[in-house]
Design a protein around this ligand. Structure first.
Ligand code: ZN
Length: 123
């Protein structure tokens, strides 16, 4: 169930954090049903945004990069045994895995910083 935090005339979707028109039944950004919760607290809005970002962090998976890394190492090993070209392919795959993994890590750090900024606003 998606709740909307309502403060005065501003309503925020708790799923995606987007602002919606007062009295809207569905979020105009993600389409989630909006259930108004009356509150005058600015902190609630921030908490909802923090929660959205925490969910996004949880959604960041390193499974793909780890698999690419393992396959890259396998090709590297096979390359040593059989063929130089397979070795090159393994190196390329490892490079992609590292690039992929660091991209996700940066995304996670960015979200964590945004959470810190939001929490600083509450104090
Ligand atoms: Zn939404």
């Amino acid at each position: 169930m998606v709740e909307v935090i309502e403060t005065g005339e501003r309503m925020f979707c708790q799923k995606c954090g987007k602002e919606n028109k007062e009295g809207a039944a569905f979020c105009n950004a993600c389409g989630a049903p909006l259930i108004p919760v009356i509150t005058s607290s600015k902190d609630k809005v921030i908490q909802a945004k923090v929660k959205t970002k925490r969910d996004q962090i949880e959604g960041i998976s390193q499974t793909g990069p780890i698999l690419a890394c393992l396959v890259g190492l396998l090709f590297l090993f096979l390359g040593f045994l059989f063929n130089f070209l397979i070795l090159i392919f393994g190196l390329i795959l490892l490079g992609i895995a590292i690039w992929w993994s660091s991209g996700r890590e940066n995304e996670r750090k960015k979200l964590e910083n945004e959470i810190k900024e939001l929490q600083a606003e509450m104090e």
